[in-house]
Design a protein around this ligand. Sequence first.
Ligand code: ATP
Length: 279
Amino acid sequence: MSKEKETRSRFLPKDHPRYVSLDIRHRIMKGFDDNVVAKAGLIAHGRGEAFDYVVGEQTNQPAKGAIKAAAAALLLAKHPVISVNGNVAALVPKELVALAEVAKAKLEINLFYHTEERLSAIKSYLRGAGAKEILGLQMEDQVSIPELSSLRRHVDPEGIYIADLVVVPLEDGDRTKALKKFQKKVIAIDLNPLSRTAQWADITIVDNIIRCMPLLTEEVKNLSGTDAQILQKIVDAFNNRENLGKMIEIMGEYLRDLAAKGIYIPEAAKVFAEMKEDV
Ligand code: ATP
């Protein structure tokens, strides 16, 4: 048995009630061991897990609306680019390649914690997932976008620099703001509707990247071939502020409902009730 298989069978029992969540966590941990995920990426993942509880660990209606608007915007874009960081490469490498293919978008690696080793490790993950063209690999050829001080200001002259639309999954708020000020249309994927990224983007999909990437790819496929005017209508009808508001409302309602019951796990409620009867 390979080391990876052994670890999975020891620490990922298929009958664990939170198997899906553990499986996702395992991908992040493996990404960390492989130098793909930065230390801060582990913390960001924890924030995502916490927010996923609060959206009910499901793709809610407003997220579905944002996915449709994002698909239409991707099809309308002349030069769409998907920005890739370590967490994203660790979680959804194949899905990134699939989306890039159907949306005719480029994949560009852009890292907050940039090292040549991480760049190369992420490149291997993407290549392993079938990516042919990957931008952002040659630091010496990169150009700068204004308003950013960190290494993330370096972007590929063939990619984000000339893009009209940039997809930023699990992104840091400073960079999203800088991209916006640099006149890019921005699609964010972020479980936290209050993050600066979620707030600065034109279209924010508040959902787990694991769930929404396949849905987004499917929606792009569904809408491809649709008249540009109709696609534009879909984009124009979408209001990000309103959509974020609806997502926050859903979170509030969900928590209010749980507050009324005082319990999240039905099985625990049953066991406690049985224990009470026994006394
Ligand atoms: P900001 O700078 O935008 O205010 P931040 O400081 O949290 O927010 P990052 O740590 O760079 O910025 O962003 C990571 C974001 O990704 C967080 O908002 C987190 O909730 C979100 N996130 C983490 N894991 C996932 C996931 N699997 N799917 C979707 N979003 C996720």
